[in-house]
Ligand binder design. Structure first.
Ligand code: C5P
Ligand code: C5P
Ligand code: ZN
Length: 473
């Protein structure tokens, strides 16, 4: 039995519909989870010998669903979105425009359709237990059974991409995937495509020379090492290990297990003696997911780095590059993605600097900043999430971030924390209600959500959101 048995029944119905289709339009979302969802679905459709085309959308609304209907495929498979727009989709279904199949994990709109695969419908948390890629993986497993084309490893090899999607959607709680996600990890390990381990959690273990790995590791600032090139080098040189090859610093991925242990313990030791709080030190070490079929020393080997690489493509209108990388087309696509990645990382760091310089405005129950044109609307949510808990940004209040979309429209991203959700916060409700109150629309998850509002309505939006958050606590 699979890790999510109730979803398997719905998945079988969805798979049967796809197998009966003349041609499928696969529509997906432009982030790491959306890309991995599309790659999983595309691979499974191809292996089932079902003809399909792929399109990506920044967000789904009436206009976008209309343009999807106009592409005249008899069946449309929505991945990593669709549930929030179920009302609009079911209108098209009733009008005979297309037959929908949805594999998603967002809060559903008030409507129903037969082929709707969503963890929230079976009591599984869509923000922490199953992502869009996870839902697509459950569908891929069902397609392997229904299509009878006998795909390799019964599509269980696609578990690796499902884990990249879940990690990209920040579903790992205290670093670890749990619930249905945990079941997918087990299937990936059994299929020989994944390894789960305990390791340093710093970003860049596969690709950064050791001093850079430590210098840039600002998630847990360690005095004398973080943001300190000379300090990081001195720390490594003092360990008495041979950490260079032919004069060049090695990467974490190049080290032997004992060498890693020596560096990691020394790092923890240094953090302790320099007074880094224990709860922060704990997060230095955590669960990591390795894609064992991918080459060592590339972003693709580590689920977290892989997901950042994907965000660097799709959120910059190059979903085609990310999809090609996910599907194993590495010739030009990986190079291109790596270039996009350095641009993305620079934008994130400049975005965080901006929040630090400009500060956030504190209301009674929420805090917010307006990035205007300074941060791209497709990444302002990532910056908001990273800013929570930094200087001047309270981790005890949800954060709202505005960015210009056009002269007429403003994007809002909202991010919360696990403890805030525990106290009653549901940002998907806040974003939907507060945006509708000012003539916009939105939705998402309890812990992270987004909306579009008419330009000029930001202030009224914050007031509405502040009130709703107050009533949720
Ligand atoms: O549309 P989608 O579900 O893929 O996007 C989820 C978004 O929510 C991601 O940007 C992710 O970073 C964010 N998120 C978060 N913290 C969580 C869960 C999700 O910031 N615990
Ligand atoms: O864009 P952002 O990263 O802030 O999105 C956070 C979450 O809210 C994502 O899961 C996204 O799909 C969802 N969202 C939504 N409706 C919008 C904007 C975002 O459901 N208008
Ligand atoms: Zn998602």
């Amino acid at each position: 039995m699979g890790p999510v048995p109730d979803l398997d029944d719905i998945a079988t119905v969805c798979a049967s519909r796809l197998c009966a289709a003349d041609s499928v339009l696969l529509a997906s979302h432009i982030d790491a989870d959306g890309l991995t969802s599309a790659a999983i679905a595309a691979t499974a459709l191809e292996r089932a010998e079902i003809p399909f085309e792929v399109v990506f959308k920044k967000q789904l609304d009436e206009t976008e669903i209309g343009s999807i209907a106009a592409l005249s495929h008899d069946t449309v498979l929505f991945t990593d979105f669709g549930s929030g727009q179920l009302d609009v989709i079911s209108d098209h279904e009733q009008a005979g425009d297309f037959q929908p199949v949805i594999a998603d994990h967002h809060q559903p709109a008030d409507a129903e359709t037969e082929c709707h695969l969503n963890p929230l419908l079976v009591g599984i948390d869509g923000a922490s237990e199953l992502s869009g890629a996870g839902a697509s993986y459950v569908l891929a497993r069902a397609l392997a059974d229904v299509a009878k084309t006998d795909p390799p490893r019964a599509n269980r090899d696609l578990a690796a991409l499902a884990v990249v999607g879940a990690v990209g959607d920040m579903q790992a709680i205290e670093g670890e995937l749990v619930g249905a996600n945990g079941g997918i990890v087990e299937e990936g390990v059994a299929a020989g495509v994944l390894a789960e381990g305990t390791d340093l959690t710093l970003y860049g273990k596969q690709t950064r020379p050791l001093p850079k790995l430590l210098e840039y590791a600002t998630e847990v600032p360690i005095p004398g090492i973080s943001n300190d090139e000379a300090g990081a080098i001195a720390f490594l040189e003092d360990l008495g290990l041979d950490l260079k090859r032919a004069g060049d610093w090695r990467t974490w991925a190049d080290l032997a297990d004992e060498e890693r242990q020596t560096v990691a313990s020394a790092l923890v030791q240094r953090a302790v003696t320099r007074g880094v709080p224990a709860d922060e030190i704990q997060t230095l070490i955590g669960t990591t997911y390795t894609l064992t079929d991918e080459p060592t020393g590339t972003e693709l080997r580590d689920a977290s780095e892989f997901s950042t690489l994907l965000n660097a493509t799709a959120r910059y209108e190059r979903a085609d590059v990310g999809l090609a990388v996910c599907r194993g087309n590495r010739a030009g696509a990986l190079d291109r993605a790596q270039t996009l990645l350095s641009n993305h990382r620079r934008n994130l760091s400049e975005g965080l600097d901006l929040v630090q310089e400009q500060g956030v405005t504190h209301e009674g129950h929420v805090q917010w900043f307006d990035a205007g044109n300074a941060i791209r609307e497709t990444i302002v949510g990532i910056v908001a999430g990273m800013a929570l808990g930094t200087d001047g940004v309270d981790s005890d209040k949800p954060i709202f971030a505005f960015a210009n979309k056009s002269d007429e429209e403003t994007k809002v991203s909202a991010r919360g924390t696990g403890p805030l959700v525990g106290r009653g916060l549901d940002l998907s409700v806040v974003m939907q209600e507060a945006s509708r109150a000012v003539g916009g629309d939105g939705g998402g998850h309890d812990i992270a959500a987004g909306a579009t509002v008419p330009a000029g309505e930001e202030k009224r939006f914050v007031e509405a959101a502040d009130e709703i958050v107050a009533s949720q606590f």
